[in-house]
Every structure is written in structure tokens, then in C-alpha cells.
Design a binder for this molecule. Structure first.
Ligand SMILES: Nc1nc2c(ncn2[C@@H]2O[C@H](COP(=O)(O)OP(=O)(O)O)[C@@H](O)[C@H]2O)c(=O)[nH]1
Ligand SMILES: [Mg+2]
Length: 292
């Protein structure tokens, strides 16, 4: 998660966490540390009463677990990056950590303060370097990556919604076309609000999940095809002569390879199956969302 200070990162992670602990489409999120769980829930509880987390709440790394219907699907780390530090110096430890993370992360959420989009040239000049940094970072990424541009504090720009949308599309034009040119970055633009009347809180994290599930489904599918070929080839070679030659050469015979391949296929299917229904459920959530 990347954003200038004051963009709404701590507020968002708190609101997202509190919603996801209650579960969405069978998915739940849990913090590894109970102190994190308590802090995030307390922040969210206060925000429902209109009180935002104090700016001193600088905690920035959360170890979280994703569960689905009683299965721990995967563990992930939610890291909060202050955009300012990154734009100012690319040699800071945080900037170096970010470059490493971008290569491996399961997703990137960029938080942009909506009130700055229409706030005149001065405010917009705070947003521009962040967008340029995002473009630069993404250009080094090679495998599938979900990207969320979250327009935060949408409750504050309701009165000028169209103007803000226009400003967002002007500012984000280069990013949208750079991402549109790639096959592996899946971008989406989501207005969000925390506070007493939350809006779209679950969508950023679910977008990352949705693309992540699709990517691991594709990978598993490939493994499955590979093992099917292995089984077919072994089936064609099975027999007395194969067993004898394999015994002489000290290598596995076709019967053994066949059994191994079939076991792998059973394992692959067991891993794919639980992902299918949740992935379809997530798909429909994103129909109305702008994707690029
Ligand atoms: N109205 C409104 N204000 C928000 C929202 N999210 C954050 N803020 C305000 O922005 C300030 C900074 O938010 P914070 O989450 O601490 O930003 P961070 O520095 O990026 O972690 C908060 O104290 C709130 O005043 C939102 O959804 N709506
Ligand atoms: Mg913060």
C-alpha cells in the first residue's frame, strides 16, 4: 500500500480489517498478532463514530492471514509505504524495501487523496510524483500483478463528483495507458470512504485476491496439464520390457511414473477446486468497476 502521508492509509487498513474479520463471501482476514487485531478494530470502531485514527499511529506492517470456509488460504503481509519518503530519496531503506516488494508482492494499492485532485495545481503536484513512481515501479514487474488506485475520502468530494472523476482521469492517463499496454498488470480504479458511512471498503483487497486466485488457478492448470502428459506418456510405455530396462538403469519405471503423475493430478485438483466458487463470486463484484 503506497500513498502520501495523510492519504488515508491507516484509516483504510483499519476499516478493511474490521470488515474482513466479519467475513465477506466466505473470506475472512485475521491478524497474526492480537495487538494488531485490537488496534485495527479499535480504529475502525472509532471511525464509525466519525473519529479518525491519530496521525501518530505509525505502525506500518501487519502480518495477516486469509481464511476461506475454515481453510487458511494464505498468509500475507500488508505494508504501508509513505509516498513522500519514496519520491524524495530512492536510496532510503524504505525505497529499497519497496523495490524488493514490488517484484514479489501479491498486489499494489496506491492511495490518492481525492480532495487533492481538484485542489488546484499545488495539491495536484503532490499527487503527480506518486503516479510517476508507480509507473516506474510497475515497469520492473514481470509476473501477474493486481493494481488498485484507491481514491480516498470520497465522502468529501461527493458534491463535486464529476469534476473529481475528470481530474482523476486527467492525472491518471499515463498510468492507465502504461498498465493497459501490459498483459500482466490488472488495474482498477476504486473510490473509497471510511468513517461513519463507509464505501467500497472491501473492493481493493478483494481485487488483489481475485486476481491472485485467477493467477494461481492458471498456474495449477498448467501443472495439471504437465502431469497429465506425464501420465499419458508413462501409460504408453508400461510393460515388462520397460520394468526390466528401468531396473537395470536404476531409474523409475513407467508404472511408478504413472502412479506418481496420477497422485499429483489428484493433489492439483484438490487445490484448484476450493478456489473455483469463491473466484466466481468475486468476479461479479467487479462488474461495475473501472478496469484497465
Ligand atoms: N472524510 C474522510 N476523511 C478521511 C478518510 N480517511 C482518512 N481521512 C482523514 O485523513 C486523515 C489521515 O488519515 P490516515 O489514515 O491517518 O492517513 P495516512 O497518513 O495515509 O495513514 C485522517 O485523520 C482523517 O481526518 C475518509 O474516508 N473520509
Ligand atoms: Mg498512517
Amino acid at each position: 500500500m503506497l500513498g502520501q502521508s495523510n492519504a488515508g492509509k491507516t484509516s483504510y487498513v483499519s476499516a478493511m480489517y474490521a470488515t474482513m474479520t466479519n467475513g465477506v463471501s466466505g473470506f475472512t482476514v485475521r491478524a497474526e498478532r492480537s495487538a494488531d487485531h485490537q488496534r485495527l478494530c479499535r480504529n475502525a470502531e472509532r471511525m464509525r463514530g466519525g473519529v479518525y485514527p491519530p496521525a501518530t499511529d505509525q505502525r506500518s506492517v501487519y502480518n495477516l492471514q486469509l481464511w476461506h470456509a475454515g481453510d487458511r488460504v494464505f498468509d500475507f503481509m500488508w505494508r504501508d509505504y509513505r509516498g513522500g519518503a519514496l519520491v524524495e530519496s530512492s536510496e532510503s531503506p524504505q525505497a529499497m524495501q519497496l523495490r524488493t516488494d514490488i517484484a514479489n508482492a501479491g498486489g499494489l494499492v496506491v492511495m490518492i487523496d481525492s480532495t487533492e485532485l481538484t485542489g488546484g495545481p499545488r495539491a495536484r503536484s503532490r499527487v503527480r510524483p506518486l503516479i510517476a513512481t508507480t509507473i516506474r515501479l510497475l515497469s520492473t514487474r514481470e509476473n501477474i500483478m493486481p493494481l488498485v488506485i484507491a481514491l480516498t475520502k470520497w465522502d468529501l468530494v461527493r458534491a463535486s463528483e464529476e469534476q473529481t472523476q475528470q481530474a482523476a482521469s486527467d492525472l491518471l492517463g499515463d498510468l492507465v495507458s502504461a498498465v493497459g499496454d501490459t498483459k500482466h498488470i490488472y488495474g482498477t480504479l476504486i473510490p473509497i470512504a471510511c468513517g461513519a458511512q463507509p464505501m467500497n471498503i472491501i473492493l481493493p483487497v478483494l481485487w488483489c485476491l481475485h486476481i491472485g486466485i485467477a493467477a494461481s488457478g492458471t498456474l495449477l492448470q498448467r501443472r495439471l496439464e504437465f502431469h497429465q502428459q506425464l501420465v499419458d506418456a508413462a501409460a504408453a510405455r508400461r510393460g515388462f520390457w520397460d520394468r526390466t530396462r528401468a531396473a537395470w538403469a536404476g531409474r523409475p519405471n513407467a508404472d511408478q511414473i504413472h502412479a506418481y503423475g496420477q497422485q499429483q493430478i489428484r493433489d492439483d485438483l484438490l487445490r484448484i477446486q476450493p478456489l473455483i466458487v469463491p473466484s466466481q463470486k468475486l468476479n461479479s463484484l467487479f462488474e461495475p468497476v473501472f478496469k484497465f
